[in-house]
Design a binder for this molecule. Sequence first.
Ligand code: TYD
Ligand code: MG
Length: 456
Amino acid sequence: MAKAQTNFTCSACAAVTTKWSGRCDNCGDWNTIVEEKPLSKSGPSKKTLGGMRGKKVLLSDLSTKEAPPPRTQCGMVELDRVLGGGLVPASAILVGGDPGIGKSTLMLQAAAKFAQAGLKTIYVSGEESSAQVRMRAQRLGLGDAPVKLAAETNLRDILTTLEAEEPDLVVIDSIQTMWADNVESAPGSVSQVRAAAHEIVTFAKSRNVAVIIVGHVTKDGQLAGPRVVEHMVDTVLYFEGERGHHFRLLRAVKNRFGPAQEIGVFEMTGDGLCEVTNPSALFLSERDKPTAGSVVFAGIEGTRPVLVEFQALVAPSPNAQARRTVVGWDGGRLSMILAVLESRCGIPFAGLDVYLNVAGGMKVTEPAADLAVAAALLSAREDTAIPKDCVVFGELSLSGGLRPVNQTENRLKEAQKLGFSSAIAPSRSKAGDGTGMQIRYMDDLVGFVGDVFGAG
Ligand code: TYD
Ligand code: MG
């Protein structure tokens, strides 16, 4: 008999390969490839379905009127918005994040709020004892919320309990601690996590239960990360933040019931997570006087405008190889902007160390920040401050041209609300009227350099 094919799976990104290697070709992480035993009995067999036919499936057309799903709001505005306007019944939500970032705290607070909003809620912890969870709830002032607790890791027992209790919402904390006894491998392994998530999601869908699954982001090959189950759920949220900062971002990366890329901002305090309703004020550091190298970018996160501050430092390098260090922005994109500055504007950065930082621990992914980054780099290099009442945005092309970006009007309105009075934006931006901002339109980077830094 031919030996069953063994697969190797990356525990960080779930890419499948046929042979082991030290580094995953897909995500670039080291030491994350693990061997996955073939499923022996269950799973599809090699044979075709043969001549046997199944039953005929009922077809419907698109015009059938469907009411929008009823949503339950928990009252934490930041969480409700990230969910797309509240929790949809029978939806499966994955909340990923680094260990210790505050997932359990957020989920306990959310469970308590949803329970208070009238949902029958069960919180299953596989990591902490019920007493520990209770203690935390009491410390957060949620001791009297009608949430039922269970400390259990055996999936069969959990599902039996849920079947009897018929809850509206279940929180599973975390998927890496759960184990299904029909799968041989250890809890936390790729096949175990996948099987457990599949069981939970299928159960939730069939019983009309909403389920929130917590998953740790891991860098260790022994534990499977949440990306392994992303495809099974309706909504994927990541809870992120820098260890040294108190701010936490809940970011929707996939949502079948609302916009993706939506963010919710929280602050970790001694009394749990507090909502931050005006994140722009938070990400702007104290700005009394204009500083060289600091530029405020008017960005959009999801549907919401957010102002963030880029800080750059450019200094002569003592080393043969100059340093390029970036925090909160893409390193490849920084190299691109440096190259455009060098070849289109004739401003060399060779022999100079370049540091770029986004204040407040925020991560920016929008290409619309290109011009703000270029402005911060130039401002640091020329030691010339950008006026402190000015915001900057625009996407750069390799030719040095500037492209207009989406939601210009929203960006300007948010800036104006926070006391900014002028903006630098690409030409052809649809600014709309009534923002009252003084806008300087730029065609390309060369024009920008000449206008703002006096010919460079
Ligand atoms: P936790 O929710 O246990 O993280 P996770 O489930 O993602 O692993 O949060 C742990 C951290 O949060 C811990 O370092 C302490 C901090 N914390 C506070 O600062 N204030 C609080 O009220 C709570 C409950 C936790
Ligand atoms: Mg936890």
